[in-house]
Design a protein. Structure first.
Length: 183
């Protein structure tokens, strides 16, 4: 049996889970999330926990068991405490700023500033023009927007300039060495 899938998901107070067919919706103090689960996974909602079970022992069903449990656990965690990612902008003249609530403007060495629309359900804040914090209740949406933001200017290995996660370590390479005289 799946080691992750067989563990029950505990429900904190104030969180309700509704199952209708394959759709699971979780409502909590921070908001509401819904997700479509695989048809081969059976979801039992108790008073203080949610248990996910397989309907058969096929390989595909076993593979989806832990995934479905992780999705439900992430929805429960998201509606109680928000997910966040922090990114750093490094480089001379590189900066970020938020215009309004739905636009992030990046100046990262291109001939023009890069404007990115912030998806709904996600909040972006910038501290000291170089620290970007992305918050939201949907873990997948937060991670995807952070990855899209990093892809605008990934960190380069020679000087380290670019956008990186705050806990990311970029290995630096040595530049070209000059050829000695008398060659």
């Amino acid at each position: 049996m799946s080691r992750i899938g067989k563990q029950p998901v505990s429900l904190p107070s104030g969180v309700t889970v509704n199952v209708s067919g394959r759709d699971v919706s979780v409502k909590g103090p921070k908001g509401q999330l819904s997700e479509r689960m695989p048809g081969s996974i059976v979801i039992d909602v108790g008073a203080d926990s949610v248990v996910l079970q397989r309907s058969d022992e096929r390989k595909a069903t076993r593979a989806l068991h832990g995934l479905a449990r992780a999705l439900v656990a992430n929805m429960v965690k998201g509606v109680t405490e928000m997910f966040f990612k922090e990114l750093e902008v490094q480089g001379v003249g590189y900066r970020a700023e938020v215009q309004g609530k739905k636009k992030l403007v990046l100046t990262v060495g291109y001939s023009h500033p890069v404007e990115m629309d912030v998806p709904s359900g996600i909040e972006v804040s910038v501290d000291r023009n170089v620290l970007i914090r992305i918050e939201g209740i949907d873990r997948q949406a937060v991670g995807q927007f952070a990855a899209n933001l990093r892809a605008v200017r990934p960190p380069e290995p020679y000087k380290g300039k670019g956008i990186r996660y705050s806990n990311e370590h970029v290995r630096h390479k040595v530049g070209k060495s000059a050829v000695g005289a008398g060659g």
